[in-house]
Design a protein around this ligand. Structure first.
Ligand code: NAD
Ligand code: GLY
Length: 352
């Protein structure tokens, strides 16, 4: 069964979630492509699996199709790859009324969105997420980016997609590590605002993923609607991310984002409990659900290293950072703190 969630930002767009959507994507996307040319971006793992299927459907819908494939992985999320992508768009003769199509995970989506945002000062793009993380998070909301030497996602633009089609059949080929990685962000939405959703991950039935993804997307859509440019309310989506970003940095970006978010969320819960701000027992419950879904809950770095790395966070405002803390599962709050408090957050957030 297919579910559609409307994202109410700018002109608005639909996120459609369900099986079999790649086979029929041409019919859905052709009306969004007045110029008649689609430019499909994918990575070297996803392209052999799904590019031919997408190309066939787009061509059957009457579109001319060109494509760009880059080596899979975060290491490709660079200005250099973006440059090659933009040159390929120009060589394909793409015009402002054509359509860029991101087929893959968050790396593909973030770079395709960025390229669409700057190519000829902006063309439309759509997201076809093939990872759980991209489905519940990166394909929705219009944040795009590449990494710089100074850190992850340091250059980018806000540009909302014209549509998102999440074909849940693609998860059949997704390695288990990446499947679980996306569960971390999915569980996060439950901790933020939806206690019942959180407990759906206690003994997850994977056949229910389309429904759960749609629920996560609807929650994200509310935050994006209220705060499209990430100035206040959208910061809630960063639950667990202050320490997660520090861990990713300390790992040299070998640690997967969702795995880091799981550990960072546990730290936020434990810090809150130790200060009496978070309901007793919350940390234990979050650890239980993350562990049950194969996610790590113990951070391997020490408080000093974490605090130093976290203090460089790009979301810092002057000498302050805003972190998300948990009141109880299903309700969170924002807490502004001086950068110097990050050491306490790390120290109290770690076990022992
Ligand atoms: P990814 O795009 O690198 O995908 C993970 C791996 O899975 C890759 O090796 C990819 O080739 C492979 N893969 C993808 N789909 C597959 C499938 N169906 N079958 C087999 N293999 C498949 O990583 P990701 O975890 O999807 O996304 C992480 C990126 O997303 C990071 O760069 C992060 O910064 C970004 N992100 C962006 C936002 C946002 O709001 N824009 C939010 C969260 C994360
Ligand atoms: N991934 C967080 C956001 O989109 O704001």
């Amino acid at each position: 069964m297919t579910r559609t969630v409307r994202i109410d930002v700018g002109a608005g767009y639909d996120v459609t979630v369900g099986p079999g959507l790649l086979d029929t994507c041409g019919g859905a996307l052709a009306p969004l492509c007045r110029g008649g040319s689609a430019f499909v971006v994918s990575d070297s793992t996803v392209a052999p699996l799904y590019l031919a299927q997408v190309r066939r459907s787009l061509e059957e819908a009457g579109l001319r199709v060109s494509s760009f494939v880059f080596p899979a992985g975060e290491k490709s999320k660079t200005l250099a790859t973006l440059g090659h992508m933009l040159e390929a768009m120009a060589e394909a003769g793409l015009t402002r009324s054509d359509l860029a199509v991101a087929l893959g995970g968050g790396v593909t989506g973030d770079m395709t969105g960025f390229a669409a945002g700057v190519y000829q000062r902006g063309i439309s793009y759509v997201q076809l997420p093939t990872t759980v993380l991209a489905a519940v998070d990166s394909s929705v909301g219009g944040k795009t980016a590449v990494d710089l030497r100074a850190g992850k996602n340091m250059a980018g633009v806000f540009i909302q997609p014209a549509a998102v089609l999440c074909d849940t059949d693609t998860f059949a080929t997704l390695p288990e590590k990446w499947f679980r990685d996306g569960l971390a962000e999915s569980i996060k939405y439950g901790i933020l605002t939806d206690r019942e959703l959180f407990f759906r991950f206690d003994g997850l039935d994977r056949s229910e993923m389309p429904e759960l993804i749609a629920r996560c997307v609807a929650i994200k859509g509310e935050y994006v609607h209220r705060d499209p440019l990430d100035c206040w309310d959208r910061r809630y989506l960063n639950l667990g991310h202050t320490m997660a970003h520090a861990m990713e940095k300390l790992s040299g970006y070998t640690l997967a984002h969702g795995h880091a978010v799981a550990m960072g969320t546990v730290m936020a819960a434990r810090y809150g409990e130790r200060l009496g701000l978070t309901e007793a027992g919350t940390t234990e419950e979050i650890c239980r659900i993350y562990s049950k879904n194969g996610l790590p809950v113990s951070c391997p770095y020490d408080a000093g290293a974490l605090a130093r790395a976290a203090s460089m966070d790009k979301k810092r405002t002057g000498g302050d950072v805003t972190v998300v803390l948990i009141e109880t599962i299903g309700r969170c709050f924002l807490k502004k703190m001086p950068v110097s408090e990050l050491y306490e957050l790390a120290r109290l957030g770690l076990e022992g």
